[in-house]
Design a protein around this ligand. Structure first.
Ligand SMILES: [Zn+2]
Ligand SMILES: [Zn+2]
Length: 252
């Protein structure tokens, strides 16, 4: 291999490692923040879960590499080779495309998640790919990326495919990553972050927050969705909102 080929590969490997580090640090900071808030709000809620939390952190750090490597290579390809359809000048597409593309990505991600998640609840798939995530009983903020590597792959393909297929403003990509991170962490932390009027109001009939995902971890075969209750409602798998043990915020 010539000199240029070697340096290209080294650059891509460097980007993959850097992105893995970014994903891991993002995980530690976000989950750490919400685990700390949980401890402040409900001291001792997860006191007896130390061995579980260690497992959650281990799987999540492994997932960081599975998410980070393709994302890093793609980020390198975007800068160096013009891969992806990410754009940085808002004038390149109509302004209405910004919010529309954002919601479209959430809807596509939600659809992918719902159906792969349902598949992973078939007994053989569950044992092979998804039992790791449900080993958290109850989950904590550290369980945000606690996935078996095979399940992590199903999540890691989402953003790379979206940025290859749809023209997305770099700000929209950043907002998507922020929403993915926030919901992944807060849906697992054992209490409701969002106000009661939102969770129990009209919007809450369609949006998924911790109250909804908690019931999935309690009952397994209900509430498979990620951001929206759309597919759960359409397919009859919506079990309504769960309750948290103890005095959780915003619940009676
Ligand atoms: Zn979960
Ligand atoms: Zn599940």
């Amino acid at each position: 291999m010539d000199h240029t080929g070697t340096s290209l590969i080294l650059a891509a490997v460097g980007a993959a490692l850097a992105m893995t580090l970014i994903v891991a640090v993002r995980y530690v900071l976000t989950s750490g923040l919400f685990a700390w808030l949980t401890e402040r709000r409900m001291p001792g809620l997860h006191r007896r879960l130390s061995p579980q939390v260690r497992r959650e952190i281990g799987w999540s750090l492994a997932s960081s590499a599975i998410y980070g490597v393709p994302a890093g290579v793609l980020a390198w390809g975007w800068k160096e080779r013009g891969w992806t359809r990410i754009y940085s000048d808002v004038a390149d597409y109509p302004l209405w495309w910004l919010p529309l593309s954002f919601f479209l990505c959430l809807l596509l991600h939600d659809t992918w998640f719902y159906w792969t998640h349902r598949l992973m609840h078939r007994p053989a798939w569950f044992r092979a790919m998804h039992a790791v995530h449900h080993d958290s009983r109850p989950p904590t903020a550290w369980a945000a990326m606690s996935f078996h590597p095979l399940e992590a792959i199903t999540g890691a393909v989402v953003v790379p495919v979206l940025v290859m297929v749809l023209p997305l403003h770099i700000g929209v990509v950043g907002l998507l990553l922020a929403v993915m991170t926030l919901m992944g962490v807060t849906n697992h932390m054992g209490w409701e972050l969002f106000p009661r009027w939102l969770v129990h109001g009209p919007a809450g009939r369609w949006l998924i927050t911790a109250s909804h995902h908690q019931l999935h971890h309690d009952r397994y075969r209900t509430n498979y969705g990620l951001y929206f209750r759309l597919w759960d409602r359409l397919c009859g798998t919506d079990g309504g909102l769960g309750r948290f043990d103890g005095k959780a915020a915003g619940l009676p």
